[in-house]
Ligand binder design. Sequence first.
Ligand SMILES: [Zn+2]
Length: 165
Amino acid sequence: MALTSCQAQSQSSTSTEASVNTDSTLNVSKSEAEWREELPHMACFVLREKGTERAFSGEYWDNHEPGMYCCAGCGQALFDADHKFESGTGWPSFFQPAEGTSVLEESDDSWGMRRVEVMCSACGGHLGHVFDDGPKPTGLRYCINSAALSFVQSDSTSVKGIQYD
Ligand SMILES: [Zn+2]
């Protein structure tokens, strides 16, 4: 069954050479065919086709463990669990990215709405959208699909970058 995943819209991409992402700002570029082979169906649907998982259907909206949310496509660290908050939306929500350079943001006028799309800065994968109705200190709400994320739980012996003297 896995072989059939994410191929629904692949009919037109027979020339993989032409569809290789040559955007030099991205560190990870693969053809759409390569992504389809590597990613689970939902991850491919979200990351490569800008899809949205159903609210409360994802793996991480109710996850409260400490750790790092990484890109499901390329593994880049994207959002720190310390910046996650309860938005009530059914999607993992963060008030800021792990680093300012972790994500790219671009205005998105699809579906008759003015939104700001959030993408992984390393592979260009679609993650979700950012809204300006979040909590302090940023006032931002990064509304991210669980399927675009891969959670790495932090173990207590190596808390992120904190030095114990
Ligand atoms: Zn990525």
